[in-house]
Write a protein that binds this ligand. Structure first.
Ligand SMILES: [Zn+2]
Length: 277
């Protein structure tokens, strides 16, 4: 599943490939706007949270969001693609290469100033990888966008608060910071919230190199993640079986250790309602 670090890796890969390359063809559902970018030069490739921006020298940029199932591929011009045309979201063709995005959640051409405007107007929070992280400011943004009776898990995923944390990191951060999955915003101080986002920024940055996603850096081969995807397997800290459940605003899969992440009040058996049983 693409998360903020994945998009930065893609940007880091694409930037030197596409730098100053002329767009020979751009295949996109919105053909009228796409035509405006053909013949233009790529000026910059950057990631902003889960959004990838390919900027052209005419003040326009191709913005893509991979969602749950999207991916970018690069092919030598004229070679076969690994996925069918029906899954095509956009193809950017340069002299010799085809950069193809399949199954994106969103693809559009945007005016570059409007991209900046969106960020300034708070549709996207600061990028935890690219920007200097100010924990107090992130805590305030979390209060602004997430209600007191909502879950910390939702604040971590809310890209208006900060960009980059996806569903894998959400569970991992809750484990590392020892919060039960049912922890509500009202139970946390701003310092607690700031610490969670600082931990997230550290993990995202450590994962910028190649290879698999790692949140557990122990020198053994017991696993690179603490809890995500480990339902019923023993906790790598205490051997208690890991639990999982869909919860929060978007009913996203959440994994936790019921003994390492006991709620500060008492363990909750039902993180969806927060009811203590
Ligand atoms: Zn445990």
């Amino acid at each position: 599943m693409p998360e903020g670090d994945t998009i930065h890796k893609i940007a880091n890969f694409l930037a030197p490939c596409l730098d100053q390359q002329t767009v020979v063809d751009l295949r996109l559902a919105d053909t009228t706007t796409a035509r405006k970018c053909i013949g233009r030069c790529v000026r910059d490739v950057s990631a902003r949270g889960k959004h990838l921006f390919i900027e052209f020298d005419n003040g326009l940029a191709l913005r893509s969001h991979l969602g749950m199932h999207g991916s970018w591929h690069r092919y030598p011009a004229g070679s076969d693609w690994q996925r069918p045309l029906t899954q095509l979201s956009v193809a950017l063709v340069t002299d010799g290469w085809e950069y193809v995005c399949f199954n994106a959640r969103e693809v559009e051409i945007v005016r570059i100033p409007s991209v900046r405007e969106r960020i300034v107007h708070g549709r996207l929070g600061p990028d935890l990888i690219a920007d200097r992280v100010d924990p107090q400011m992130l805590a305030r943004r979390a209060r602004e966008f997430v209600e007191a009776d909502e879950l910390l898990a939702d604040a971590l995923l809310d890209q208006r608060v900060a960009c980059g944390i996806g569903n894998v990191y959400k569970s991992e951060i809750l484990f590392i910071e020892r919060y039960a999955p049912g922890t509500r915003m009202a139970e946390l101080t701003n310092a607690d919230l700031g610490r969670c986002f600082a931990t997230a920024a550290g993990l995202l940055r450590r994962n910028l190199g190649g290879g698999r996603r790692v949140t557990r850096f122990e020198a053994d081969d017991a696993g690179s993640l603490w809890v995500y995807g480990r339902t019923d397997l023993p906790c790598l800290q205490c051997d208690t079986p890991i639990k999982s459940q869909r919860l929060g605003r978007h009913h996203r899969g959440t994994y936790w250790c019921p003994s390492c992440q006991a709620s500060p009040i008492e363990a909750s058996d039902d993180p969806n309602t927060g009811r203590h049983t």
